[in-house]
Design a protein around this ligand. Structure first.
Ligand code: TPP
Ligand code: MG
Length: 574
């Protein structure tokens, strides 16, 4: 696994010195270039014209991707950062443009994703006068921003843009800079520095944060893990860079690894060490092993489904996380280590004793063999309609070894999480914590920009896709050959089943049918359609072979409920 996926590499600082004719907007964009920002996702407006002009003048150094909806721009910035670990940047005009960014910013913030949002504001002397498009964007993002400033002049821009980028990358999280439109075009020569601020400067120096674990905790951790007879590992996004170390720990302790959805890429699904996903969209073996373990090692995971942890008092637990606020959040752990998972495991490994009793891991492997048979039966069962499980299995089989996948939110998330057998060099982004609909297409566009040579595929529901499907034209405009697989069930099916499970008569869940293949064609992309099971393989094969953006609309069986792990074989929703 490339560690590049997780952290921007350290960089030596470039101290940009602006010439006096440079405006705030010039300084802002030069700083972004110094921070190695390659792309800004946004949509113009009269609140950001000077920023657009600064981008236009530097288009050979920094790319502006014009989106059709600012929400998509923010999802693209978030997706870009989730896939690459680099800073994602989005831009929206004052008022409505900024408001549209919010959902994508929340998505980024809830996954500690490094994103910088830049918003415009009305003329500085009109702020507070209820002027047209006046939204207090600094207040709007204050619940999520790790850095949040209104820039009041080019002098200040020389410092705070660097601070915004560094804070977003190192915390990591969402930084926000708001700039009134006249301030954007104010030249440095017209902004006299204060006496105290005269020598204040910043630079694009950036060092990723590295936490060093404390030895005392390591010895106690090793003792606890060595004493366990049935050790289980729960690993999430924070463990992604530590594949080799997780494998070594699993091997030494004879411990199966359950992967939280955001940690799906940690181990390939055919690894002998993993029981696959966990939680409502996980596997039965993950659930069973978690119930039966006597020791739990949580690695960089904040998996929210508390029912899927061991019962209180049943397992002694250790948690390693770079955010101390998360230690003990989901399960009462005995020892918490605040640190990077990879560094901590490296230090811990020599202290662990290889367990001779392999029976717990062997039980997990045997259960996984049964589970694989069960899901293969579910996928291949004779059925009149196309089963979404079968569709995922076919996509999974036909993907390139280094495919980059985006998953939207809905019943199809459950099917994709479970039936896509991830391989070692495949990547994924999903709105794991906000669990919002609509990011699938924007994420995949960002993926294709970040990895031009790789196959980028989005798995989306018909509801979520409709929300931002205008971005198909963005894929066309920038020649991005993304592939969007639409699970068409004419239903907001996840919530259909939720209402049903709660005993409500289902209301508001049906969708009026849209011809998505035609929508794709109208945008200048290719449109494919499957209505029969025997068309799926050939249609996917043709679409994946195309070098153009494409939508593959697949009419799936709406009666397939996203079942909980123990109901999978019976197809019941819990
Ligand atoms: C922005 C947003 N609105 C509403 C929801 C609640 N919700 C979660 S899944 C879902 C249904 C998604 O439908 P679709 O995209 O068609 O996928 P399907 O469940 O049919 O696979 C809804 C309404 C949400 N998560 N995000
Ligand atoms: Mg649907």
């Amino acid at each position: 696994m490339e560690t590049e996926q997780l952290v921007q590499t350290a960089q030596t600082g470039v101290m940009t010195t602006a010439d006096p004719a440079q405006t705030t907007a010039d300084i802002l964009i030069d700083k972004l270039i110094a921070w190695q920002v390659e792309v800004v996702f946004g949509l113009i407006g009269d609140g950001i014209n000077p920023i657009m002009e600064a981008l236009r003048k530097r288009q050979d150094k920094i790319k502006f991707i014009a989106v059709r909806h600012e929400e998509a721009g923010a999802f693209m910035a978030a997706g870009y950062a989730k896939y690459t670990g680099k800073l994602g940047v989005c831009l929206g005009t004052s008022g409505p443009g900024a408001v549209h960014l919010m959902n994508g910013l929340w998505d980024a913030a809830m996954e500690n994703t490094p994103v910088l949002a830049i918003t415009g504001a009305p003329f500085h002397d009109l702020l507070g006068t209820q002027y047209v498009q006046e939204v207090d964007t600094v207040s709007m993002v204050k619940d999520i921003a790790v850095y949040n400033v209104m820039i009041n002049g080019p002098q200040q821009a020389q410092t705070v843009v660097d601070l915004a980028c560094r804070t977003a990358l190192t915390t990591p999280g969402v930084a926000h800079l708001a700039i009134a439109k006249d301030i954007q075009k104010k030249p440095l020569s017209e902004d006299k520095a204060s006496k105290d601020g005269e020598n204040l400067r910043a630079s694009s120096t950036y060092m990723p944060r590295i936490e060093t674990p404390v030895t005392g905790e390591l010895d106690a951790t090793a003792a606890l893990l060595n004493a366990g007879n049935k050790v289980m590992i729960l690993a999430g996004r924070g463990a992604l860079a530590a594949r080799a170390e997780v494998e070594q720990v699993a091997e030494k302790l004879g411990a199966p690894v359950a992967k939280a959805l955001l940690g799906k890429a940690l181990l390939p699904d055919d690894s002998p060490y993993t029981t696959g996903g966990i939680g409502h969209l996980g596997t039965l073996p993950s659930k069973q092993m978690m119930e039966e373990c006597d020791t739990l090692l949580i690695l960089g995971s904040n998996m929210p489904y508390v029912d899927f942890y061991p019962k209180d008092g049943r397992a002694r637990a250790v948690q390693i996380d770079r955010d101390p606020k998360r230690i003990g959040l989901r399960y009462p752990v005995e020892i918490g280590i605040n640190g990077d998972v990879q560094a901590t495991l490296k230090a811990l490994l020599p202290k662990l004793q290889a367990k001779t009793d392999r029976s717990f891991l062997q039980l997990a492997q045997q259960r996984m063999a049964d589970w694989r048979k069960t899901i293969a039966q579910v996928e291949n069962e004779d059925a009149k309609l196309i089963k979404p499980q079968f569709l995922v299995a076919e996509v999974s089989r036909l993907l390139n070894d280094d495919a980059v996948i985006a998953i939207d939110t809905g019943a199809h998330t459950v099917f994709t999480a479970r039936h896509w057998q991830i391989r070692p060099n495949q990547k994924v982004a999903v709105s794991g914590n906000l669990a919002t609909m609509a990011p699938g297409l924007p994420y995949t566009i960002a993926a294709q920009l970040a990895y031009p040579g790789r196959q980028c595929v989005a798995m989306v529901g018909d509801g979520g896709f409709t929300m931002l499907m205008g971005e198909m034209v963005t894929a066309v405009r920038y020649n991005l050959p993304v592939k969007v697989v639409v699970f068409k069930n004419n239903s907001l099916s996840m919530d259909y089943y939720e209402q049903e499970a709660l005993g409500y008569p289902v209301y508001g869940a049906d969708l009026t049918s849209i011809d998505f293949a035609k929508v794709a064609e109208a945008c200048g992309a290719e449109g494919y359609r499957c209505t029969q099971k025997d068309e799926v393989t050939s249609t996917l094969t043709s679409a994946f072979a195309s070098n153009r953006p494409a939508v593959i609309e697949v009419l799936v069986d709406p009666d397939q409920a996203p079942a909980a792990p123990d109901k999978v074989a019976q197809n019941k929703f819990e």
